[in-house]
Design a protein around this ligand. Structure first.
Ligand SMILES: [Ca+2]
Length: 360
């Protein structure tokens, strides 16, 4: 047994330094040394965990929920709250007393460390996220999510963002700090549950650089931060945003069509008065707008109209053949000329290539 344990230690050290980008460790079980990959597992409670030995799970502050690796390993779930530091893939960062709401004033932070030098990116899934709404200018003046230390600046995010996600590259070896500020100036029930996944530099799951959001479906819906139909103060659209949303080009697809999500009269209220439907394009969009590179709309008389910028409070379907498929969001720091803007909920559909060998 002594020999086995020495071997375990050596393998553990070696594996922690390996170059796979998957943060492998070595499990040992019974009378022999057993290797298994620390892959993602679905825990018995439905959350995502990582396959570890029971001892490793305890060491990293997780808890066991089910088994994995042909019952050799345990599915280890890590849930943390304010003040934590984690290098664990799929860490759940939750408000104090989650799933109950949090009403206090606080600064709550998670420090994310790379679990190996072959990790390039994190994906944050907003499984649950509700902070106070922005002020009348769309500024997150009371509560705010502020992420620092990564390779891009996001601006302040607040309001309701359940279901959103973001990708963020590590800035070399620097940690990424996820900070949530809740203000004593207002009374609000806050809740958050953010899942932070670590993505290897060579992983097919890695988003292209410059894509804050990345979607993989041939069709789907993209919503701006804090998009919603109801408004309390001013509007819901967040100020000072500037980011790209990318869509993975599916095989055989050559263009993408964007349209306002059907059945929602506020699905595109980006500038001007949300109650007075008006569509603007090009240089008429100066404050808040989306950019669809080389977009083409069809006018009522059938003519094609090209533009890059789209704003106002109405959206005519736009098709673009520019690749990679991307949509940019830009907002300024106020809503001085705007009223009751919600932001956007745009649905996309990738369109097949025509006159292409792939069609034969
Ligand atoms: Ca604005």
């Amino acid at each position: 047994m002594k020999v086995i344990c020495v071997l375990c230690t050596l393998l553990y050290v070696n594996s922690a330094l390996n170059k796979t980008g998957r943060c492998k460790f070595v499990g040992w079980w019974g009378v022999g040394v057993v290797r298994f990959e620390n892959s993602v597992c679905t825990a018995a409670n439905g959350l995502l965990g990582i396959c570890y030995t029971r001892r490793q799970c305890t060491t990293i502050g997780g808890y066991v929920s089910g088994k994995c690796a042909r019952n050799i390993g345990v599915c280890c779930v890590v849930q943390v709250s304010c003040g934590a530091t984690s290098s664990n893939n799929n860490t759940y960062f939750q408000n104090p007393s989650f799933p109950n709401i949090f009403t206090g004033a606080n600064t709550c932070s998670l420090t994310v460390q790379r679990c190996s030098e072959d990790i390039c990116q994190i994906r944050i899934d907003f499984l649950s996220f509700s902070l106070a709404q922005p002020n009348g200018d769309g500024v997150c003046a009371n509560d705010a999510l502020i992420i620092s230390g990564g390779a891009a600046n996001l601006g302040r995010i607040c309001g309701d963002n359940t279901g959103q996600h973001i990708y963020l590259d590590f800035n070399n070896g620097s940690n990424i700090d996820i900070n949530i500020f809740t203000s004593s100036a207002i009374t609000a029930g806050r809740q958050w549950n953010l899942r932070v996944a670590q993505i290897g530099c060579d992983s097919p799951s890695r988003a292209m650089s410059g894509c804050l959001m990345y979607y993989r479906g041939t069709s789907g819906t993209v919503r701006s931060f804090n998009y919603g139909q109801s408004v309390a103060i001013g509007g819901r659209q967040l100020a000072n945003m500037n980011y790209g949303v990318c869509i993975r080009t599916a095989p055989g697809m050559c263009s993408i069509q964007w349209s306002a999500t059907s059945g929602d009269s506020f699905a595109f209220t980006v500038s001007l008065d949300a109650q007075v439907p008006t569509a603007l394009t090009g240089n008429n969009c100066e404050t808040d707008y989306v950019i669809i590179p080389n977009g083409v709309t069809t006018t009522a008389d059938g003519a094609a109209l090209s533009a890059d910028r789209y704003c106002g409070s109405m959206f005519t379907p736009v098709t673009s053949s520019s690749t990679p498929f991307v949509l940019y969001t830009v907002t300024n720091g106020n809503e001085a000329t705007d009223s009751a803007n919600r932001g956007f909920s745009l649905s996309y559909t990738q369109q097949q290539c025509t006159n292409n060998l792939l069609q034969l």
